[in-house]
Design a protein around this ligand. Structure first.
Ligand code: ZN
Length: 289
């Protein structure tokens, strides 16, 4: 008898080599039900293996997308500080001359709202139909699909952003490489990702498992060293990781904890010049030529 999780059984899962360096030598990092995360022995990258095929995952995602309208405005408010910090990074890079920006996985287009208000020409890419409709209702140009279908000509944008997508994609180096191709020389990529591994290790020692790894949806568990390796492998230079703001949960207690954690993380970075473990991070990189 095979256990079924999200319509998957062990028979649907196949082992893969490390997505960053190709090594097949790894050790178990975390196990939950039928899912296992491995840590590459060569480059330290943590990835879901064995895993469903890409086609099988796309099938699963049809069940993953919520039927009900979520409280999307609450989500937009939660991301306010992160979007504002990312916008500041784009503005600094543009040095007062807002250009063309693409947001990959734009959801309801909240970051597009922020950047349009700052004078940028914005476009979005998204797979969820309801979210596309909501973003279009605000007047945004949003294409349906993923980067795999090459929806835009190369060198079309000055900034490409992507919030909480890179951990979901099957091949992160390929994904980042496609973002690089869409940038004009000198263009900036802004990649937001959850930094889960240290927090999960800590919680597991307390006997807590909050399912922060979220298999099978999160295929990669990045850390500053491995996202930076992925960015460099994709051809980016001047790669830099920071806390980049914090989420603002709807509940007052949640907001306080998150904001306090975020501020502590930023202070830690400022003082120690190294990133704080266990909160989400923003990594930027430049397409040099
Ligand atoms: Zn590796």
């Amino acid at each position: 008898m095979h256990r079924k999780v999200h319509g998957l059984t062990e028979r649907d899962l196949l082992p893969i080599p490390c997505s960053l360096c190709g090594s097949t030598t790894s050790a178990r990092e975390h196990r939950r039900g039928i899912f296992e995360y491995r840590r590459c022995s060569r480059c330290r990258f943590v990835y879901l293996s064995p895993r469903p095929s890409q086609a099988k995952l796309i099938e699963c995602y049809q069940r993953y997308l919520p039927e009900e309208d979520p409280d999307v405005n609450a989500w937009g408010r939660m991301m306010e500080v992160i979007f504002s910090r990312a916008g500041d990074a784009a503005d600094r890079h543009a040095a007062g001359k807002p250009g063309d920006l693409l947001d990959v996985g734009t959801a309801h287009g909240f970051f597009l709202d922020v950047m349009r208000a700052r004078g940028w020409r914005v476009k979005g890419l998204e797979i969820a139909k309801k979210a596309i409709a909501a973003a279009r209702a605000k007047g945004h140009e949003v294409l349906e699909g993923t980067l795999d279908s090459n929806p835009f000509p190369p060198a079309s944008f000055d900034v490409v952003s992507s919030f909480y997508v890179v951990e979901h994609v099957f091949d992160p180096v390929d994904f980042l490489g496609r973002i690089r191709t869409l940038l004009r020389p000198g263009g900036l990529a802004i990649i937001r990702w959850p930094h889960t591994a240290p927090l999960v290790r800590f919680l597991m020692t307390l006997g807590e498992d909050l399912n922060l790894y979220d298999p099978p949806w999160h295929l990669s568990q990045f850390e500053p060293g491995t996202i930076e390796l992925a960015m460099r492998r994709a051809g980016f230079t001047s790669v830099h990781t920071s806390t980049g703001g914090w989420t603002l949960p709807a509940s007052p207690v949640g907001r306080t904890i998150s904001a306090t954690g975020g501020r502590i993380a930023e202070a830690w970075e400022a003082v120690l010049k190294r990133s704080f473990p266990g909160v989400s991070k923003t990594t930027t990189g430049i397409r040099k030529d």
